[in-house]
Design a protein around this ligand. Structure first.
Ligand code: PLP
Length: 466
């Protein structure tokens, strides 16, 4: 009684799906469902086999849809963590995304100067804007800030010594550790001071004829508090001048506009150069709000060394990254505009009243989901204040004031609800706090609410079945 694969493939709807989904994927999905049903029949010989044929067509369609989902696909971020590294860090602005599309679909001026009708450089597209925004003489872009660190250290310190404070031996996560990157770059790390206290004299004592640079690393994802002392960039500059050494500053997050009014305690990129660094470097997809990239700005003499370094080719970015970065940086030429246009900044600066109003809409939508047995609201949903983080290893001491919708259900546990929200074409990622599911609207748009409500409704209709 089980259908044959060939017969199923003649189904009108499935035939139409073949226009978008490879036949191979469809055939495999059909076979999987039929095999599952056969297994079910064989393992329950007492039941009427026909009962195992019910809903088979719907299951096949669902299986095909699931199999055709790309592995890399959008998710809805209900965690409230603005820079969620696992969820792709910064969302691009509409303009940046459109620019990527235009450039990706065809040929471009990537390394072509149309005015001269000759070969150009991929660095020109961003350099002018970066110079305006940071006050640098020159600038370049590489694959990420880890790559930028590698390139800067190698170009300036290969085979020589670079001095850094013990309080700034940062691990960013995964396998990015400042000491390891230094070793790979061929520069010798000279650690000075202690974890909690480093003085200018500690750097000074270690300067010798083999010293190539002084390095400062922003402690992006931790703060040392209590009995502490560190050396400011200005003081390092002064030592650099005395000993004729360049000062390098790894700034981490690449903040371009002051967000201290919003409780974000991170250094602004332009400040790094104004306070005396010769070279600054930072990420493109943290607080800058652009694509994954590392940006290096500073004295032309050093940037030129890096542009012509063999690693520059190894670490270079492609046209899509440059397109996204060009549009993102352009938004900063008018800072008010940047706060509106760049999703990361818009999310961080969303007013409380707006978050609260969004919570009300979402809560109402959840309240409207009825339990078919009782006609009552299927879930309990209520609004609470909560604290949130920026994420992505930025601003660890800054807590954002968030407003969230908490959801519970009579029989489904928060774990079970979260688990089911992950399924399907567009996974929804939520948080659990004190045994309740938390939907944080800071990182949600109104159009996401519909998807969340649909998924919650489907869970009720599935009647608690997986
Ligand atoms: C995040 C960070 C890095 C690594 O940047 P990626 O762009 O993630 O490679 C390096 N240094 C500091 C100080 C950072 O905060």
């Amino acid at each position: 009684m089980l259908p044959k694969v060939d017969e199923v493939l003649k189904d009108r709807e499935i035939e139409e799906m073949m226009e978008d989904i490879p036949r191979e994927k469809i055939t495999e999905a059909v076979r999987r469902v039929i095999d599952r049903r056969r297994e079910a029949i064989l393992t329950s010989p007492d039941e009427d086999p026909r009962s195992h044929l019910l809903g088979i067509r719907e299951e096949i369609l669902a299986e095909i849809r699931q199999a055709s989902c790309p592995s890399l696909r959008p998710v809805i971020n209900a965690t409230g963590v603005v820079l969620h590294t696992n969820l792709g860090r910064a969302s691009l602005s509409e303009k940046a995304a459109a620019h990527v599309m235009r450039v990706a679909e065809g040929y471009s001026t990537l390394e072509y100067d149309p005015e001269a009708g000759a070969r150009g450089s991929r660095h020109v597209h961003l350099e002018e804007t970066l110079r305006k925004l940071t006050g640098a003489e020159a600038a370049m872009i590489v694959n990420n800030n880890a790559a930028a660190t590698m390139l800067v250290l190698s170009a300036i310190g290969y085979g020589r010594e670079i001095i850094v404070s013990r309080g700034e031996m940062v691990e960013i996560g995964g396998s990015f550790r400042i000491p390891d990157i230094m070793e790979q770059s061929g520069a010798h790390l000279v650690e000075v001071g202690t974890t909690n206290k480093t003085r200018l004299s500690d750097y000074e004592k270690h300067v010798n004829e083999n010293t190539a640079a002084l390095l400062k690393v922003h402690t992006s994802n931790y703060r040392i508090i209590g009995f502490t002392e560190d050396v400011s960039l200005k003081e390092l500059r002064e030592l650099g001048d005395r000993c004729d050494l360049p000062v390098i500053y790894d700034m981490g997050s690449g903040l371009m506009v002051d967000l201290s009014a919003y409780g974000i305690d991170e250094p602004v990129a332009a400040r790094g150069l104004a306070d005396g660094a010769d070279v600054i470097l930072f990420s493109g997809d943290k607080l800058l709000g652009g694509p994954q990239a590392g940006i290096i700005c500073g004295k032309k003499k050093y940037i030129d060394m890096m542009k012509s370094h063999p690693l520059a080719r190894v670490l270079r970015v492609d046209k899509m990254t440059i397109a996204a970065m060009e549009s993102t940086l352009n938004a900063y030429l008018d800072p008010d505009n940047a706060l509106r246009e760049i999703p990361v900044l818009r999310m961080i600066t969303r007013p409380q009243e707006e978050l609260r109003a969004q919570c009300l809409i979402l809560k109402d939508m959840i309240d409207e989901i009825r339990d078919p047995a009782t006609g009552e609201s299927a879930y309990s949903a209520w609004i609470e204040e909560d604290s949130g983080v920026v994420g992505g290893g930025s601003a660890p001491g800054s807590l954002l004031k968030n407003v969230v919708v908490k959801v519970s259900h009579r029989t489904m546990s928060p774990d079970e609800m979260c688990d089911r929200l992950h399924r399907g074409e567009v996974p929804v990622v939520a948080r659990i706090h004190r045994d309740k599911m938390v939907l944080d609207v800071r990182t949600l748009e109104t159009k996401d609410f519909e998807v969340i409500a649909d998924k919650l409704r489907a869970m009720i209709q599935a009647g608690g079945k997986a």
